[in-house]
Design a protein around this ligand. Structure first.
Ligand SMILES: CC(C)(COP(=O)(O)OP(=O)(O)OC[C@H]1O[C@@H](n2cnc3c(N)ncnc32)[C@H](O)[C@@H]1OP(=O)(O)O)[C@@H](O)C(=O)NCCC(=O)NCCS
Length: 162
């Protein structure tokens, strides 16, 4: 997993630190993952955790399918597995922060996984680093109260709702 994450070489301020922390949190089961294997080689993975502030919300932290293995449905299966684990544990929805400039990833999460744009997380470090926060609810009951709860927390944190 460490090598798989490292190869993504993401544009994070401290990418190596992020990889090490993710590995520690996976070991401690703070974060969980599903991986896609082909001939014992990792070709895709999704990493997720329960949201720290909203206990009924799943937070998807990272999803990646190796280029050669894309467009065969793996990405959707990984999202569906994470969603299924969340539902089994009684969670009511999921959130995913997508870099605004990564249109391809955004469209995949929006159109293929049926998440909806929720708010813009403004850049902490560089001007062009804003994220679109996408949310998906798993049920219709108490939807208004769930929306209100994430509105309050996300608005305090990020400021600008879509
Ligand atoms: C986004 C991502 C996870 C999608 O993974 P994927 O395995 O290609 O996803 P899927 O195959 O389920 O779906 C993708 C597309 O393939 C199509 N597709 C799904 N199953 C298919 C199949 N069996 N045959 C042909 N096409 C298929 C889907 O309709 C979709 O089409 P689209 O072009 O309209 O979006 C992948 O592109 C990726 O890893 N991107 C980089 C992500 C990244 O930057 N992560 C780091 C930050 S978290």
């Amino acid at each position: 997993m460490r090598k798989f994450l490292q190869k993504q070489n993401l544009d994070y301020p401290d990418f190596q630190g992020w990889v090490l922390q993710t590995m520690d949190e996976l070991t401690l089961q703070i974060k969980l993952s599903y991986v896609a294997l082909k001939k014992s080689q990792m070709v895709g993975a999704i990493v997720f955790q329960r949201h720290f502030e909203i206990e009924w919300l799943l937070e998807i932290k990272n999803v990646f399918v190796k280029e050669k293995h894309r467009n065969h449905g793996l990405g959707r299966i990984l999202f569906a597995l994470a969603e299924c684990a969340a539902k089994t544990n009684g969670l009511k929805g999921a959130v995913y922060d997508c870099p605004e400039k990564n249109r391809r990833l955004h469209d995949f999460v929006y159109y293929e996984c049926n998440f909806r744009n929720f708010c813009i997380r403004l850049p902490l470090y560089k001007k062009d680093k804003s994220d679109i926060v996408l949310v998906k609810f798993f049920c219709n009951e108490r939807l208004d109260s769930y929306k209100e709860q994430i509105n309050t927390i996300f608005q305090n944190k990020y400021g600008k709702l879509i």
